[in-house]
Design a protein around this ligand. Sequence first.
Ligand code: PGA
Length: 251
Amino acid sequence: MRKPIIAGNWKMNKNRDEALQFIYNVNMKVPSNALVETVVCAQAPILRDLVKRQGDNLRVGAQTMHYLDNGAYTGEVSAQLLENIGVTYVVLGHSERRAYYNETDSDVNKKVHQAFRYGLTPIMCCGEELAIREAGTTDAFVKEQVVAGLKGLGSEQVKEMVIAYEPIWAIGTGKTATSEMANDTIKAIRNVVKGLYDNETAEAVRIQYGGSVKPANVDELLSMSDIDGALVGGASLDAESFLILANAALK
Ligand code: PGA
């Protein structure tokens, strides 16, 4: 049984007060970490404050990081510092990072390795644009991203990490992939992992769906055989809504 993981990706939203209020509102109400992992991924300057106030069942994640330890990379955040301040998850290769900051599959791969070096759990994103979905080449496209992203990782690492399948056309658009569509692509990803490693690794790796997940569609998505949770943008900003999503993973 794979433990579901619900991760909120707040993107460039929430000031410190709003974020702390959110933590205060959800800390005692999220499901036990033994059953569901819940994570909120916030802007870097407030991560330390959130870590200090995270309850037993809530974890804090970053939204990106650099793949090197330190150096002349103005504006970047290192894995070393994230580990140092108690952050435990990091979203890597989100489609917005790929689109606006030119992150490549090879960058994402280096970042995943770096995350492991510092004990951070990577949530590695993949997903296709609408044109690719319409051309019917989604599986091949996503396979390339996943193969490149996992390059050089051992099976024990892959079992520990999280992959988020996020079709770009479904992010922030209100358009969700149908649950069958999401499940089929996630199965295809699991099959890629099986081909690269073995059945045991493929059965262990958690693969989330992301893209307009909300209280109204979460139950159906999470009821699918291969969907192990959700990476949620818009609907993770509101505490009540986040709690509905987190509790949906209990079922
Ligand atoms: P959304 O964002 O839930 O607002 O579509 C998902 C994401 O970008 O991770």
